[in-house]
Design a protein around this ligand. Structure first.
Ligand SMILES: [Zn+2]
Length: 268
């Protein structure tokens, strides 16, 4: 009897999440239809009635993403993540979710503006959601990333960077674009392995022992040059170390960090 009740609860929970996916699908279709309709309009009065003339050109296509942001979900399962992104009240979403077993699920068309980045910047780009594709990795932030998951991520990154001609330095972590606010993906994320597959930047490790820093080497400029927002320098340093020197994460730059920074500038 006890088991029967448990089974009933599980069945109900299953149908409940399926139901929320159905609602999400319906809203997705309705909203994309509305967006399509809005693309057909060119309003004449957008800037104080100064636009008085409309002549429609026939030469265009949709704008393309130019940045990829990698996250970890900090949730317990892929199912929980799907539900979070399908529910309207959460106001968050991502284009792709990759589970621990390597399963890839797409939740938004690449050309739609997802709500995964929040406030942040990379270089001069201050509207990350408009420019980027969000990829969420099912990971609680304290466990290692599985081989199957990274394998799927490499496949997806290769496909997307090729399709949209996204430069290597524009494959970033959430922590990179939001220093002080975000720390995902965690220090366990294999950035070097990714760079070995030609995805994202890494420094020339062979030169680390021999490189000599210029006397006037400006580390803040170097961080900025790579893309970090240095308004709060200590937070920028923390995000930089989380990615490029994850065994010694702190808010201070060591001699090794400075050399890494210098070598990274050659990769851009
Ligand atoms: Zn994130």
């Amino acid at each position: 009897m006890k088991y029967l009740r448990l089974l009933l609860i599980l069945v109900l929970l299953g149908s409940c999440s399926k139901n929320s996916y159905q609602i999400s699908k319906k809203t997705y279709n309705k909203e994309t239809k509305k967006l399509g309709k809005s693309l057909r309009e060119i309003k004449q009065d957008t800037i104080n009635n100064r636009i008085t003339n409309v002549i429609k050109s026939q030469n265009f296509n949709l704008r393309k993403p130019n940045l990829i942001v990698i996250h970890h979900t900090a949730q317990d399962s892929c199912k929980q993540t799907y539900k979070t992104f399908a529910l309207k009240r959460t106001q968050v979403s991502s284009h792709y979710v990759i589970c621990n077993d390597g399963t890839i699920t797409q939740m938004l068309n690449d050309l739609l503006r997802g709500w995964h980045a929040g406030g942040g910047s990379w270089g001069k780009n201050t509207d990350i959601n408009s420019a980027s594709i969000g990829i969420e990795l099912d990971n609680d932030g304290s466990e290692p990333f599985s081989y199957a998951q990274i394998n799927s991520l490499v496949f997806l990154l290769q496909k997307l960077t090729e399709k949209y001609k996204i430069p290597s330095q524009n494959i970033v972590g959430h922590a990179d674009i939001a220093p002080g606010r975000k720390t995902d993906p965690s220090a366990l994320f294999p950035w070097k392995a990714l760079a070995d597959s030609g995805l994202g930047i890494w420094y020339d490790e062979e030169n680390l022992d021999t490189v000599v820093l210029p006397l006037n080497f400006n580390t803040t400029f170097a961080l900025k040059y790579i893309g970090y927002n240095t308004t709060n320098l200590k937070n920028a340093i923390y995000s930089f170390k989380l990615r490029f020197n994850s065994e010694e994460v702190s808010h201070e730059l060591t001699e090794k960090d400075k050399k890494i920074l210098f070598l990274l500038m050659n990769e851009i």
